[in-house]
Design a protein around this ligand. Structure first.
Ligand SMILES: *[C@@H]1O[C@H](CO)[C@@H](O)[C@H](O)[C@H]1NC(C)=O
Ligand SMILES: *[C@@H]1O[C@H](CO)[C@@H](O)[C@H](O)[C@H]1NC(C)=O
Ligand SMILES: *[C@@H]1O[C@H](CO)[C@@H](O)[C@H](O)[C@H]1NC(C)=O
Ligand SMILES: *[C@@H]1O[C@H](CO)[C@@H](O)[C@H](O)[C@H]1NC(C)=O
Ligand SMILES: *[C@@H]1O[C@H](CO)[C@@H](O)[C@H](O)[C@H]1NC(C)=O
Ligand SMILES: *[C@@H]1O[C@H](CO)[C@@H](O)[C@H](O)[C@H]1NC(C)=O
Ligand SMILES: *[C@@H]1O[C@H](CO)[C@@H](O)[C@H](O)[C@H]1NC(C)=O
Ligand SMILES: *[C@@H]1O[C@H](CO)[C@@H](O)[C@H](O)[C@H]1NC(C)=O
Length: 395
């Protein structure tokens, strides 16, 4: 049973492989007309689509310049249906079911077509046919898949080069442009707005682009670039918008490198201190190096994000944080044995307090004295007397 079904499956697979390759071989062997056009195109409802198209005939065949050349577009199938409904456009003017026109010169083998007022029901595979009696042929092997969507594709943000500080990078935002007659308007948050450029791609479709060069700094890291494309639709009466965002990730050498000490209070000989080096870097710091200054060159004393040691004497320490992009040196930290900065400050406050108090007392005393010396000469002598008398009275 199992064996049989395996054989059956094999037979089916073989059959379909044979059938498929047979069909396409037939198509390519017998074809009389070959077109050069994109295989797939995407367009927007209410807008238009330019189909770049050129054709050539089978070797030995030629267009007859004495008869008119008509171009025809079929949809869905590359031949006439039972009632001919698959012909949706004939440049002779007999059929124009869909709003199309040949902008290329058919006699020059240019079948470039403008497809306008698109709507989603036009999504289909299209086939080109040329009629130049007696020559009649359809490019049945070169189907063109057209997809009409209600919303436009997102623009594309591209950043060229290495994204690291101090480097200049070129940032661009580009949007597909199905129809060069109504290109999208691009705007982004990189001021000032840049010039619009319309570029022709190798397959002769178009791309609209804005571009800007910036010199990066670490402040650009995490910046979100927003680019929006506004496509005019319905003869410019409306607009359809799509938007793309991209976060800038900028590498940079260490920044804000600093040393902290713990415990932060007293440092006495023999006690243990822990110095910690911190820094901001992208990629993260790969090496922290500790140095102690000396009369000659600084001495490397340790490596690692912290340096813990027993204090024997004072000294001046600093750290250097390093990553692939560079290094940064912290400010110096002064370790003073037996000295406690907080205690020192308290002593200063106390001393200042005492000085202030003494000064105040001296001034006050002087003021009293001066009052006693000068008042009797200016005022009536009696005043002081009265005071004295009043003072003396109770005793
Ligand atoms: C013939 O055309 C009519 C519309 O005019 C359509 O409904 C029908 O499906 C077509 N028949 C075939 C076989 O294509
Ligand atoms: C296109 O129009 C011409 C001229 O009327 C006609 O001879 C020809 O048959 C038409 N072709 C198709 C595929 O309808
Ligand atoms: C074909 O015609 C189009 C529209 O007129 C034109 O832009 C294009 O340059 C032509 N292509 C060639 C290869 O001549
Ligand atoms: C889309 O096109 C078809 C065929 O031309 C038409 O019948 C239909 O009304 C159109 N739909 C819209 C939404 O415009
Ligand atoms: C430390 O970083 C902040 C912001 O992260 C920055 O404003 C400041 O200038 C930096 N300080 C130094 C000394 O680099
Ligand atoms: C460092 O000091 C601690 C006490 O603060 C002591 O226990 C330790 O033995 C000392 N280490 C050395 C290597 O002196
Ligand atoms: C020193 O500080 C770091 C963090 O800053 C901590 O991870 C480490 O355990 C501390 N070492 C000592 C010996 O206290
Ligand atoms: C820091 O970078 C400078 C310049 O690149 C280099 O000369 C120096 O040796 C580096 N210092 C450390 C500790 O890596």
């Amino acid at each position: 049973m199992a064996d049989q079904s395996v054989r059956m499956v094999t037979a089916i697979v073989l059959h379909s492989v044979f059938f498929l390759s047979g069909a396409s071989d037939d198509c390519y062997k017998t074809r009389h007309l070959i077109i050069t056009a994109p295989k797939e195109m995407e367009a927007l409802t209410g807008s238009c689509l330019q189909i770049p198209c050129n054709f050539r005939l089978k070797q030995g065949e030629k267009l007859n310049s004495k008869t008119t050349t008509f171009g025809v577009w079929f949809k869905n199938i590359p031949y006439f249906g039972k009632n001919g409904s698959e012909v949706i456009f004939n440049s002779s003017g007999t059929v124009s079911t869909y709003p199309m026109s040949f902008t290329g010169d058919l006699s020059q083998k240019n079948c470039t077509t403008l497809f306008s007022s698109l709507n989603t029901t036009y999504t289909d595979t299209y086939y080109f046919r040329v009629e130049n009696r007696p020559f009649l042929a359809t490019a049945e092997c070169d189907g063109l898949q057209i997809t009409v969507k209600d919303s436009p594709p997102k623009p594309r943000i591209e950043i060229s080069g290495d994204v690291k500080e101090k480097d200049s990078v070129s940032i661009s935002c580009s949007a597909s442009t199905p129809c060069s007659h109504s290109p999208p308007q691009l705007t982004w948050n990189l001021q000032p707005d840049s010039h619009h450029m319309m570029e022709e791609n190798t397959d002769r479709t178009f791309t609209t682009r804005i571009q800007k060069s910036i010199t990066l700094s670490h402040e650009h890291d995490g910046f979100i670039i927003t680019c929006s494309a506004r496509y005019p639709v319905n003869e410019g009466k409306d607009v359809k918008t799509s938007e793309e965002r991209k976060t800038l990730s900028v590498s940079y050498a260490p920044k804000n490198t600093s040393v902290s000490i713990s415990p932060s209070g007293r440092v006495s000989a023999g006690s243990r201190v822990n110095l910690t080096c911190s820094s901001r870097a992208k990629p993260p710091v790969s090496r922290f190096t500790w140095f102690k200054t000396s009369r000659d060159a600084p001495i490397k004393v340790s490596e690692g994000d912290f340096y813990s040691f027993n204090v024997t004497d004072g000294g001046v320490y600093y750290c250097v944080a390093t990553n692939q992009l560079g290094n940064q040196t912290s400010s110096e930290i002064h370790l003073t044995i037996g000295g406690d900065q907080l205690v020192g400050a308290q002593v200063i406050v106390k001393v200042l307090g005492i000085i202030l108090l003494v000064t105040t007392l001296l001034i006050f005393e002087c003021w009293l004295k001066s009052r006693r010396c000068t008042k009797p000469q200016e005022d009536a002598v009696g005043d002081d007397y009265v005071n004295m008398v009043v003072e003396l009275h109770p005793s």
